[in-house]
Ligand binder design. Structure first.
Ligand code: GDP
Ligand code: GDP
Ligand code: MG
Length: 314
């Protein structure tokens, strides 16, 4: 199907979050319709729906506690008002009205090249995300160089090459099995020589529990920093929204071992587990920077917190 050329951010979010909206807020709305007055039973039902929607126990607990407090303090009584309360409290957890500085995904003016390293377990969408990111930066007029430091999987470079061609950017690669740190070094050297604006380094998927593989990430970082002091400037951890609570577990360990500076949550389009965005935002002290809403080139969206909440509530 041919896509519409001009879709607003809200429309993209709305479309991509359809399953989550139905299973999370849709369910809440249906449950509330059966009752007119807010009581403990209604609140328990809402709590169960949030937990089942992968919002996570800590975040759900906070949401429910905040809602109860407002019901008490502000004397809300009807279930009609409860959806509004939930909307407000979800917005609050995401800091929708707060400092939006962390939402800025445009390249900072310096340093150049700005070096982004992408990490995560197998199959979460790292390479696809890099292709989409490269396309965004290229379209914004930046000169982009990709580094194929996933030298572990035989087909990894071919996949990245296809994305590089689609996005119209350059790829630096070495043979299958080469030292990933060496590829990273070559990529950055080439980017510096060509005065590129942005470098994105792909890495092999690795289980967060494998210590030696986490050490390899440190080595890549060391080598980048040796070539350009301060690099990498951004380390994006890619998480697959389908994995629900396990994504949180992965994140905690990567954050400890790999100096993660931002999260990308992919495959939100295919899952009802989008509540994980709330858990990740609230429980990790690291911003969600992008979300993946499909497999096409323009399906990676900067995480717009307001658009996210609005799309969840229809
Ligand atoms: P990697 O192993 O982490 O590099 O993962 P890949 O980039 O190879 O992606 C694995 C699969 O997930 C591919 O089939 C992608 O097309 C798919 N994928 C990645 N991001 C998204 C997304 O946001 N939505 C959907 N529906 N599929 C995605
Ligand atoms: P080691 O291989 O464990 O000793 O770790 P290093 O940090 O010394 O280097 C890691 C990899 O990055 C090496 O295998 C090289 O391929 C590459 N590398 C590091 N420093 C340089 C350098 O100054 N020049 C080049 N060409 N490659 C480098
Ligand atoms: Mg990959």
């Amino acid at each position: 199907m041919k896509r519409m050329g001009i879709e607003t951010t809200f429309q993209k979010f709305r479309l991509g979050l359809r399953k989550t909206r139905e299973s999370l807020i849709g369910k809440v709305q249906r449950a509330l319709r059966a009752k007119s007055v807010i009581d403990d039973e209604v609140l328990e039902t809402v709590e169960e729906i949030l937990l089942a929607g992968d919002v996570g126990s800590a975040t759900t607990g906070l949401l429910i506690a905040n809602i109860k407090k407002r019901i008490r303090d502000e004397k809300y009584a009807s279930t009609e008002e409860l959806t509004g309360l939930l909307h407000d409290e979800i917005a609050r957890i995401l800091h929708v009205n707060g400092n939006r500085e962390t939402d800025r995904i445009a390249l900072p003016a310096s340093p150049r090249p700005f070096v982004i390293m992408v990490v995560g377990v197998n199959g979460v969408g790292k390479t696809t995300t890099i292709g989409k990111l490269a396309f965004r930066f290229r379209r914004a007029g930046h000169r982009v160089v990709l580094g194929g430091a996933d030298t572990f999987r035989a087909a990894a470079n071919e996949q990245l090459e296809i994305w590089a061609q689609r996005a119209g950017v350059e790829l630096i690669r070495q043979a299958h099995g080469a030292d990933p740190a060496s590829v990273a070094f070559d990529t950055l050297s080439s980017a510096v020589a060509k005065k590129a604006d942005v470098v994105i380094i792909d890495t092999a998927g690795r289980l967060h529990t494998k210590v030696n593989l986490m050490e390899e990430l440190k080595k890549i970082r060391r080598v980048l920093d040796k070539k350009l002091s301060g690099a990498p400037h951004e380390i994006l951890l890619v998480l697959d929204a389908n994995t629900g609570q396990n994504a949180l577990q992965q994140a905690r360990q990567f954050v400890d071992a790999a100096n993660v500076t931002g999260i990308v949550l992919t495959k939100l389009d295919g899952t009802a587990k989008g509540g994980i965005v709330l858990a990740v935002s609230h429980e990790l002290k690291i911003p969600v920077k992008y979300i993946g809403l499909g497999e096409q080139m323009d399906d990676l969206q900067p995480f717009d917190r307001k658009a996210f909440v609005d799309a969840l509530f229809g």
